[in-house]
Design a protein around this ligand. Structure first.
Ligand code: HEM
Ligand code: NAG
Ligand code: NAG
Length: 509
């Protein structure tokens, strides 16, 4: 084909697409008028047809660890709700609590994730709670739920065991180090233990030979899913070979455990020791009670691994970071932890350390683990607010509209949190303060809300309390301002640089 004819082909395509867009815009305006809807503020695109500029800007912000800052800037410029183009189709960005209530809770059935994720992620993890809507989502949700019941998450024995390995490995002579990689290792161990019934051995220093290969493959698998979703209609640009190979490696790894869980289930009645108890509480084993379809079990486990890798670890690292940079608050929390004396750190005692709960909640406010969340409308639907010149009219969201929200912007809105919204001030949670609905959503809301909320916050309380028992001082060694690195979760881009002073008090074992 000559360059000329290629050019005219492209021109034709763009023209046809622009005409189609005009038609869609016309239809949308007509239906919207019938519902009293008005347009929200429009993002000022450089590319008015596909809106590729916003895509490139977001990509650039991610690589510079400015993703959250970029989103904040957009909301500062356009208000709580605005519209933009997403590869030529419609996207609505909103941090208005009424819209969040509608999308995540009230009309949750009309807003899904499957059109965004299933096709892009299926070769990695198939159908499951992360990729499906409707009845497929419900099946996964029901399969997972019992594993998060208090009876199955309240044994801190294995966590203590692994935490001791961590404590043996970190410098305790007051020298500066990064705690974040250690916490991430702790949670690779805890995550695999909870999912598969066997720790991957990152902290014990004797990781099984297949462990590192698995972790690399898992990372490559997740990254591939992320890139395919981000590329949207352009995802054919991503070469698939290496990604599919990584997916295969993850499947092989998971298969070993799936086979073991089914085998174990079949002989369970004859085993009655403490090891058996640990196994009975694992997610895979719990699911194997309900189905023996190996592909379903494998896909669900890979999805659970995505939800558990990095999440609790990111929270713990941010909590320690905040304690390190706020010595007075840290001393206060530590005093409360020590005041418990030799009471066991368990589900009854940990919530009594009020100042620690406030520190964790305030950390989730300013540093949400999943700072950004999205949905797509599954049918023509009306959002309650955000349209018109004053931003209060309903907004029309025709089927296929992307809804994108930023919890980090929501959680820092001065209209909700006051003029000190950006400050770390755990005392704002005192006296059982509870913010208005849909203004604080670190674990999501509605039917898809995190099943592991209690597990994650209790374990964070446990680990932080134990560190405060072992060390009388946690000093921040990070001189740079905070930056979030956003991939699967949001982590501190500089890690958690601290130095520790061992406690001289008698520690009650
Ligand atoms: C601090 C740690 C964590 C935070 C902040 C967190 C946050 C979230 C959020 C925001 C959602 C909602 C997603 C959406 O609306 O699309 C979610 C869902 C979920 N999370 Fe977590 N998560 C954490 C830890 C974990 C862990 C450790 C696990 C598993 C071991 C887990 C399992 C799940 C599951 C299964 C769902 C989906 C529930 C469903 O769709 O039925 N989470 N999480
Ligand atoms: C499981 O995942 C594989 C690919 O990983 C996919 O082909 C298959 O359809 C999935 N099955 C289910 C039941 O999710
Ligand atoms: C905990 O796990 C067991 C299986 O080991 C399961 O039967 C039970 O339903 C779970 N606990 C609760 C109360 O949901």
């Amino acid at each position: 084909m000559t360059a000329m004819s290629l050019l005219s082909l492209v021109a034709c395509f763009v023209a046809a697409f622009a005409a189609y867009r005009l038609y869609v815009a016309y239809r949308v305006r007509l239906t919207a008028q019938q519902h009293g809807c008005q347009a929200a503020a429009r993002y000022k695109h450089k590319d008015p047809v596909f809106g590729l500029d916003i895509f490139l800007r977001t990509g650039d912000a991610i690589t510079k660890n400015q993703f959250l800052v970029e989103h904040q800037r957009r909301y500062d410029a356009y208000g709580h709700t605005f519209e933009a183009l997403n590869f030529g189709s419609r996207a609505i960005y909103s941090v208005h609590p009424e819209n969040l209530r509608a999308v995540f809770s009230k009309n949750a059935a009309d807003w899904g994730i499957q059109p965004l994720r299933l096709r892009n992620m299926s070769p990695f993890c198939g159908t499951g709670f992360i990729t499906a809507d409707g009845s497929d989502w419900k099946i996964s949700h029901d399969l997972l739920k019992p594993s998060f019941h208090r009876s199955n998450i309240s044994d801190f024995g294995p966590l203590e065991e692994h935490l001791r390995l961590l404590l043996e490995q970190i410098p305790t002579d007051g020298s500066k180090f990064d705690l974040q990689p250690f916490i991430l290792k702790l949670y690779l161990d805890m995550g695999t233990l909870f999912l598969f019934g066997e720790s991957i051995g990152m902290l014990s220093g004797t990781p099984p030979s297949h462990a590192q290969g698995f972790l690399d493959a898992f990372q490559a698998g997740v990254n591939g899913c992320g890139l395919r979703i981000a590329l949207g209609p352009l995802n054919f640009l991503m070469p698939k070979g290496a990604w599919l190979k990584a997916c295969g490696n993850v499947h092989e790894f998971a298969k070993v455990y799936v086979d073991r869980a089914i085998e174990y289930r079949n002989k369970i009645s004859s085993v009655e020791d403490s090891q058996a108890k640990v196994h009975q509480r694992t997610l895979l084993f719990n699911m194997a009670q309900q189905t023996d379809d190996r592909t379903i079990l494998r896909n669900q486990t890979v999805q659970a691994m995505m939800a558990s890798t990095e999440t609790t670890a990111s929270l713990i690292s941010h909590v320690i970071r905040n304690l390190a940079s706020n010595p007075d608050i840290c001393a206060h929390v530590r005093a409360e932890v020590l005041a418990l004396g030799d009471a066991p750190l368990d589900f009854d005692q940990l919530p009594r350390i009020k100042s620690l709960q406030h520190v964790i909640t305030e950390t989730l406010r300013l540093y949400p683990v999943f700072p950004q969340m999205n949905r797509v409308s599954l049918k023509d639907i009306v959002l309650p607010t955000g349209g018109g010149s004053d931003g209060t009219a309903p907004v029309f969201a025709p089927a296929g509209t992307l809804f994108d929200t930023s919890f980090s912007t929501l959680h820092r809105d001065p209209k909700i949190w006051g003029p000190d919204a950006d400050d770390f001030r755990p005392s704002r949670w005192e006296n059982d303060y509870s913010p208005p609905p849909f203004t604080f959503m670190p674990f999501g809301a509605g039917p898809r809300q995190c099943l592991a909320q209690q597990k994650a916050t209790m374990e964070t309380s446990y680990v932080v309390s134990r560190i405060l028992q072992e060390f009388s001082g946690i000093k921040s060694e990070d001189e740079k301002p905070y930056q979030a690195q956003v991939a699967l979760t949001a982590k501190s881009a500089h890690g958690c640089l601290v130095s520790l002073t061992p406690a001289t008090e008698q520690i009650v074992e």
